[in-house]
Design a binder for this molecule. Structure first.
Ligand code: GP9
Ligand code: MN
Length: 726
């Protein structure tokens, strides 16, 4: 026993040994925090592996700094201070996470965020006795020193060894990062969510990286001035395309319900998938019906315009009529700080709309928790608000049928008119098989499993929307709503598209960039139940609008239908229903499409025929040059606004909009807040629940399985189903 003690303490009694003793202690505390305090959604053994290794390299590196200091006392004290700081950082995150289900960002620590004000107080309130665990080691170490169980190593420490320790730490860090990039490609570029960074790289790295980003963006922001807005104002004025006066205000007074179709491409509309027996299956029967309805504004030359920020870019394009960033996600990099003139803010101030988002994934994904406050969303029902289990969810959260179903208990308490957004997830890569009751729609028979599953998940989404529509009709909300449906971005990536070609009646051998560009079309429909849309008299007529447009054009279109004049807002899109629109669709990488030309890098195609223009005439070239300049300008103006946070200089006198106070939002205890408002408003409450004399409409929501829709006899043969091991 004695010998063992001697050995342990002898090791700890060296400077390097003491440092590794601290590394082990901090590693242990971090891993405990990962497992007991944070909810990191660990899905595989590989991810457990990351949790176990990620504190090591950063801790060695940081504590190793103290090894460079010559004087033993200074070195030990420095090491102690670094260790204490790491502990405080870890503990602050634990305590913050308890309240906000997210990690502390540098912006929050520096006090530029609402939460920081109440943080000190919150930390005390949130303190639990077992939190002492994080500090008990500090007391023990101190006691060990006082009782001379461990003592300072007075020998000089060689610089060479200090360098070696730093080098080892860097190598370990490099290995950790490369593994992380393999597990989640583009992790650092796209960030996804704070949870992801912590899961793969640890809390200390997260703080440093977040700090780096914060100071980088903050510098550009602090150099911007109100004068920079002049260029933006000129552009918006010149670019303004007005509206169709016959349609202005046609949707006024209705609730606005936006349904985000995850990874949904336009080609799915009206598509019939042929199974192995040669039987055709309509993939999206309900959406097809809505698409051709006399009561819908439908567009079939509508393109997504997202880049790496994927869903978050689409949200930004739709809510702000601004583009995402060239690289990374705007929500992540600027969402929590920037001023926006977003749809929820405008609809609240101009139409009195209460706004809410329903999304069954973690609120931190794409930094939504913070960004939605800046956009002015009153409520955010994220994964915390739904009953989620292994059966009804997957990697991206709660499945769509459950999302709609479980949302009703909140929706019915929202004051009307409301503006709500449903972000679906089930039709997300990898388009996996549904098990049990949801299983059934045939798989495609290509060489690519991702493509094969895409139709079944799209069909599931269609059915989920059908159930929601049935509820809307049963509850009476339907007739008083305008329902906006859009696909956020492609579902099948360009590199997989050749395998899709045959299903689209094309040849995979001749598949080219033009074909890829054409597949960036996504659905866009504005459904106005019972509306008498001017000019639509004939039954069975083709009501589809063929204007070329993109996601940036949605907000101006919607504003005009709702009777809002947007001339004073700094938005970059043009109303899709305006006869004066230009019809240029810019992609984020500066490629573009018009009804005549598709320009991809230096290649020019005829949009209608797909023919590559080998030797375009001079006047064609100069026209293309003009279009190019317009596209470049639109993107440059967008970046100017977003990266400099210019909208903060655009005051109420110019915009007509009062500022948003993000401190007023926290997305906690939403139902309680909703019910409190109902109570306060008494008979003036306009929620569905109040209007129904306090009767819940939850039971009106009926959900069915795939088999219920098909009839038992139509169950598919075994060979059409993916191997359960996938
Ligand atoms: C995640 C979901 C998916 O919450 O919105 O985002 P995506 O991967 O499509 O950007
Ligand atoms: Mn998406």
């Amino acid at each position: 026993m004695k010998a063992q003690n001697l050995f342990t303490f002898r090791f700890v009694n060296t400077r390097l040994g003491f440092m590794f003793f601290l590394v082990i202690l901090f590693w242990f505390k971090s891993v405990c925090a990962y497992f007991f305090n944070f909810d990191l959604n660990i899905e595989s053994g590989f991810q457990y592996f990351f949790l176990l290794i990620n504190p090591i390299s950063t801790t060695i590196f940081l504590l190793g700094i103290a090894l460079y200091l010559k004087r033993p006392l200074t070195s030990y004290i420095t090491m102690g201070i670094i260790y204490c700081l790491l502990t405080v950082l870890l503990f602050s995150n634990v305590s913050y996470y308890r309240e906000f289900s997210d990690f502390l960002t540098v912006a929050t620590i520096l006090g530029s965020k609402s939460v920081s004000a109440g943080l000190g107080e919150a930390a005390i309130n949130l303190f639990r006795p077992y939190d002492l665990f994080f500090f008990i080691d500090l007391i023990v170490i101190l006691l060990l020193f006082v009782t001379k169980k461990i003592s300072m190593d007075q020998r000089p420490f060689r610089l060479r060894v200090s360098f070696a320790i730093s080098a080892i730490a860097c190598m370990l860090f490099g290995a950790n990062l490369s593994f992380a990039e393999i597990a989640r490609p583009e992790l650092l570029k796209r960030m996804f969510s704070n949870d992801y960074i912590v899961k793969y790289m640890g809390v200390s790295f997260f703080t440093v990286y977040d700090g780096y980003r914060f100071f980088k963006t903050d510098q550009v922001r602090s150099e911007a001035s109100p004068k920079d807005l002049d260029r933006v104002k000129d552009y918006v004025k010149e670019h303004y395309a007005g509206y169709d006066p016959n349609l202005f205000g046609i949707a006024k007074g209705r609730n606005v319900i936006t349904i985000h179709l995850e990874s949904f491409e336009q080609f799915l509309i009206n598509y019939k998938l042929t199974d192995q027996q040669g039987k055709e299956h309509e993939v999206t029967p309900l959406l097809n019906e809505i698409f051709k309805s006399k009561e819908t504004f439908s567009f079939d030359d509508f393109f997504h315009q997202v880049a790496q920020g994927k869903t978050s870019d689409a949200e930004n394009l739709l809510e702000n009529s601004l583009f995402g960033l060239e690289s990374g996600s705007l929500f992540i990099q600027y969402g929590g700080e920037n001023t926006f003139q977003a749809a929820p803010r405008i609809f609240k101030q101009k139409l009195g709309c209460t706004s809410a988002v329903f999304h069954g994934n973690g609120g931190g994904f794409w930094n939504r928790n913070e960004t939605y406050k800046q956009l002015g969303y009153d409520y955010f029902f994220n994964d915390k608000y739904f009953k989620i289990n292994e059966k009804n969810s997957f990697q991206y959260g709660l499945h769509d049928k459950e999302l709609f179903k479980q949302s009703i208990k909140y929706l019915e308490h929202l004051q009307q008119p409301f503006y709500v957004k449903y972000i679906t997830v089930s039709n997300h890569f990898p388009y996996g098989k549904f098990y049990g009751e949801e299983d059934g729609f045939p798989l495609a028979q290509t060489n690519d499993k991702t493509i094969n599953g895409y139709f079944a998940t799209a069909n599931y989404l269609d059915t989920a929307i059908r159930e929601f529509f049935d509820y809307l009709k049963a509850s009476g909300l339907y007739d008083h709503s305008v329902i906006v449906i859009y696909g956020d971005h492609y579902g099948i990536s360009n590199k997989r598209n050749p395998d899709l070609a045959e299903l689209l009646g094309k040849d995979s051998e001749t598949w080219n960039d033009y074909d890829n560009a054409m597949l960036q079309r996504v659905p866009f429909m504005i459904h106005l139940p019972k509306a008498d849309i001017p000019g639509r008299t004939e039954e069975n007529s083709d009501y589809i609008n063929h204007t070329f447009g993109g996601e940036v054009d949605v907000l101006p279109t919607l504003e005009h239908l709702l009777g809002i004049d947007n001339q004073r807002y700094l938005q970059l899109g043009q109303d899709l229903l305006s006869p004066k629109r230009e019809g240029i669709v810019a992609f984020r990488n500066k490629n573009f499409v018009t009804s005549d030309y598709t320009v991809l890098g230096s290649k020019i195609y005829n949009t209608q025929t797909g023919e590559l223009l080998e030797n375009p005439a001079n006047d064609t070239l100069s026209m293309i040059e003009q279009l190019k300049q317009k596209v470049d300008q639109q993107l440059a103006i967008s970046d100017l606004i977003t990266t400099n946070d210019l909208l903060r200089f655009y005051g109420k006198d110019e915009s007509g909009l009062s500022p948003i106070n993000p401190e007023k939002y926290n997305y906690q205890k939403e139902l309680k807040r909703l019910k409190k408002i109902e109570k306060q408003k008494k008979q003036d409450s306009t929620s569905l629940y109040s209007k129904n004399n306090k009767h819940s409409s939850v039971d009106l929501y009926k959900t069915k399985s795939y088999q219920d829709y098909q009839g038992e006899s139509e169950l598919l043969p075994q060979e059409n189903q993916i191997d359960a091991s996938e």
